[in-house]
Design a protein around this ligand. Structure first.
Ligand SMILES: *Cc1c(COP(=O)(O)O)cnc(C)c1O
Length: 374
């Protein structure tokens, strides 16, 4: 590698990036040393308890990732062949895959232009006799219209599986993401607000669903290798859970940093921009003050540009890493193109800009200036 290249690589401002400190390292070190044989699940069990308490939910089950949690959620609700599940067209493509994995059919509804989350009116238009569930996505950590979604679900007797994968620390009216529907799913993949390396969590208030998900995640085996039904294995190891446990301890700080990054972008970017603070909430700080903060954890910022390919090239030349916002899933060759205008507008013109934990205010202002000059 030439000297010039090394420099440009070092200087690139990344879209994501974790916050790893000495406590995180010590926690993992302890797990590697001690988490074996009869102590193999000590950190897993503690992480599940602490996460359930943090999210305000009865049961939490660690998984190998958000995707595994979503598959378990669908399977636990008995969704399979011949069933339809409604999800937003513009969202993480893996969601449609999870629905296909259990043999059901994904049905793509449009999104709202401000939140980039599923539009409840569009959900209603896509309900058929075969519809069994709605899978709203807390896209980029943002907040779906949960009251309306739950109303549509109730009126039509549909299950709700919340893909809250990127939304640890996001709320709708003071209730944590993932706790409205039958089951909520989270991801702790390396780009997310808190990480376990790879990993995920399934949460529910329904004991029967929790027991079912647990059984299915153990190959359908109850105990002593006695298999009761078909199953999966999306387990998390204690080594990953140890990192999750120490990350969760500082989640308020991680969310505050993301919200500060958003606020700085919001004050400096002049292009159409993903709005994270349509909904707000009050938080009480240690010093007795009350602050109004976005209801969203502001995980990853997004901006709309005219020519995405050109814009991303210019940004990279200026040391700014970006990602495409997700294409509408219905645009992929496995599906039929749909008339979901908002999903297609945002899915083809959106880019995610650097939102990692280590960004400084000066760097954000610099990125804004490059974006504004596009
Ligand atoms: C990250 C993410 C996932 C997938 O999580 P993994 O842990 O990578 O399997 C699913 N849905 C959304 C919305 C995500 O952001």
């Amino acid at each position: 590698m030439t000297k010039k290249n090394t420099k440009s690589v070092q200087k690139t401002l990344r879209t994501a990036g974790p916050n790893i400190d000495i406590q995180d390292c010590n926690s993992v070190y302890r797990a590697v040393q001690t988490s074996w044989n009869d102590k193999a699940y000590m950190f897993v069990e503690q992480f599940e308890r602490n996460f359930a308490e943090y999210a305000g939910v009865r049961y939490a089950l660690t998984t190998s990732g958000g995707t595994g949690a979503l598959i378990l959620a669908l399977a636990s609700l008995g969704i399979g062949n011949g069933d339809e599940v409604i999800l937003p067209d513009m969202g993480f493509y893996g969601c449609a895959n999870t629905i296909r994995t259990v043999g059901a059919t994904p049905v793509f509804a449009d999104i709202e232009s401000e939140s980039w989350c599923i539009d409840p009116c569009s959900i209603e238009k896509h309900i058929t006799k075969k519809t069994k569930a709605i899978m709203p996505i807390w896209s980029y950590g943002n907040v779906p219209s949960m009251d309306d979604i739950m109303r549509v679900a109730k009126e039509n007797k549909l299950a709700v599986i919340e893909d809250a994968c990127p939304a640890v620390g996001s709320y709708y009216k003071d209730k944590h993401a993932g706790t409205f529907g039958d089951i909520g799913c989270f991801s702790f993949q390396g780009a997310k607000i808190m990480t376990t390396g790879l990993g995920g969590m399934l949460v529910t208030n329904n004991k029967a669903l929790y027991e079912k998900a647990k059984l299915l995640n153990n190959h359908g085996v109850e105990k002593d290798f006695n298999q009761l039904c078909f199953g999966y294995s999306f387990d998390m190891s204690d080594i990953n859970a140890a990192l999750g446990l120490s990350q969760l301890k500082k989640i308020d700080k991680l969310v505050e940093k993301k919200q500060t990054i958003y606020k700085t972008y919001k004050n400096t970017i002049t292009k159409p921009f993903l709005k994270f603070d349509s909904m707000t909430r009050q938080v009480y700080s240690g010093d007795g003050g009350i602050y109004i903060v976005p209801a969203s954890n502001c995980w990853m910022n997004g901006v709309l540009v005219k020519n995405r390919k050109k814009a991303r090239k210019t940004l990279l030349e200026n040391g700014v890493d970006t990602r495409n916002v997700f294409y509408p899933m219905s645009s992929f060759p496995m599906y039929k193109k749909k008339n979901n205008p908002v999903s297609y507008e945002i899915g083809y013109h959106g880019i995610n800009i650097p939102s990692g934990d280590s960004l400084t205010a000066d760097q954000i202002i610099y990125i804004s200036s490059v974006v504004n000059a596009l």
